[in-house]
Design a binder for this molecule. Structure first.
Ligand code: FAD
Ligand code: UDP
Length: 394
């Protein structure tokens, strides 16, 4: 059928667009990208607020960072990056502290100056009440690493809000380590490269889809048109894996976030991009003020106005946006069954955050797509190798 594309990609997030771009630009394939939302780009999508001129990330703040040389080289083909470095603060009982936990936080929290060695000794002493190897839940593990006072101020309330579960009932594996820095370094990420796309995420994502061999069809749910393509052309599917199989092994559990946006009549609401709400009795987990992600755009903003978003975390119900895999033991058992089904599904590759039920940062989604291209799609299309399904190469 001459109307059929060479490849169908379901979902236009970073995973799907990387696959489409490589197959079109490197192999000259005709690629059809199906997207059920009204816009391309997946969760990294952003819009410029028409009234204030501020770029608002529609699905929560997206900070780009990577130490992967290949990913950095690849993304720089589509956008330049600003020199933005992410820093996060946390509000607790009427004071604001510098996160992640570092000497500035320790000094202000305990109300006196500590040398790095003094701070190390203090935290070791406070953490000595529980041995890490005996910790039976998240609370005990955290106390064994950072001590009770810091745990109760900065972890307990925030974690309970984010997971809607008492930390004594959460698995100790959720935190492998809690970093405490015994210096004043308060950069949030440790990666080699960090920055934000100079003219915004949507410009970047759109450039990835610019090749004339790529067609992105928005407002189109794959399941409404699946019969036109299934079994006829190779498909890369980046939607939820359980949904592909009609939830036949049960639904995987996710957390979602309600993002409540407000435009305020102040020029500067909180002085920085992200402030966590560490008090248990504040209902939201954090406040985002987007203008601070792009200080270099200050002259283009409408004075006296700012856009603020508050995040409320909760379990995703049917119809909600799935954001973070909860990954209980039950979920992992279901996932194994879905992986078996995926492996047997002819001509379909599953990838991305939803397709693999893995929390992937943007650079990880791109790296994973590049590796699917190298290991599966290019060998198939360029050398006629059999298209082997089954998960994603990590
Ligand atoms: P997505 O971006 O989710 O794209 C999947 C697309 O598939 C969606 O557009 C969806 O509509 C579409 N789709 C699903 N089913 C169908 C169907 N049946 N038919 C058609 N289309 C379908 N990463 C960072 O690196 N830094 C950050 O600061 C950061 N912050 C984040 C904050 C939040 C709240 C979330 C949720 C994620 C964050 N991420 C961040 C992760 C980043 O969003 C992901 O890495 C990226 O979205 C992964 O891309 P993806 O293509 O796998 O999935
Ligand atoms: N966390 C916390 N207090 C904070 C920030 C994070 O207790 O101020 C814990 C919490 O359990 C959270 C986890 O650390 O689920 C990861 O937080 P992070 O902000 O890194 O994740 P994000 O929600 O941005 O993916």
């Amino acid at each position: 059928n001459p109307d059929l594309p060479d490849l169908v990609v379901v979902g236009s997030g970073f995973f799907g667009l990387t696959i489409a771009e490589r197959c079109a630009a490197d192999l000259g394939l005709k690629v059809l990208v199906l997207e059920r939302r009204y816009h391309l780009g997946g969760n990294a999508y952003s819009e410029f607020d028409p009234e204030t001129g501020i770029e608002v990330h529609k699905y929560g703040t997206h900070l780009f960072h990577t130490s992967n040389e290949r990913v950095w080289e690849y993304v720089n083909r589509f956008t330049e990056f600003t020199s933005y470095q992410h820093r996060v603060f946390g509000r607790y009982q009427g004071q604001v502290y510098s996160l992640p936990m570092n000497l500035a936080l320790i000094n202000s929290f305990f109300g006196k100056s500590h040398t790095p060695d003094e701070a190390r000794a203090l935290i070791a002493e406070q953490a000595s009440e529980i041995d890490t190897k005996d910790a039976k839940n998240l609370e005990e593990k955290a106390i064994s690493l950072i001590g009770r006072p810091l745990y109760e101020a900065f972890i307990k309330g925030y974690t309970a809000k984010q997971w809607q579960t008492d930390p004594t009932e959460l698995s100790a594996d959720i935190i492998t380590r809690l970093p405490v820095r015994y210096n004043f370094d308060n950069r949030y990420f440790n990666d080699t490269y960090e920055g934000l796309p100079v003219d915004g995420y949507t410009a970047w994502l759109s450039r990835m889809a610019e090749h004339p061999n790529i067609e992105v069809r928005v407002d189109t749910d794959f399941f409404d048109v699946a019969d036109d393509y299934k079994g006829k052309v190779p498909i890369v599917y980046t939607g939820p894996v359980d949904e592909y199989f009609d939830n036949r092994e049960g639904r995987l559990s996710w957390r979602t976030v309600d993002l409540v946006q407000e435009t305020l009549d102040v020029d500067d609401y909180q002085g920085t991009g992200v402030v966590n709400a560490n008090d248990a009795d504040v209902p939201f987990t954090r406040e985002l003020e987007f203008k601070h992600l792009h200080p270099e755009r200050a002259a283009s903003y409408k004075p006296g106005r700012t856009v603020v978003v508050r995040e409320y975390s909760r379990f995703a119900e049917e119809g909600d946006e799935p954001y973070y895999p909860i990954n209980t033991a039950e979920d992992r058992a279901k996932l194994l069954k879905y992986r078996d089904l995926a492996e047997k599904e002819p001509m379909v590759l599953f990838g991305g955050r939803l397709g693999t039920y893995k929390y992937l940062d943007m650079h990880m989604a791109i790296a994973s797509a590049l590796s699917m291209y190298d290991n599966k799609l290019k060998p198939h299309f360029a050398d006629g190798a059999e298209l082997k399904s089954g998960g994603v190469d990590a």
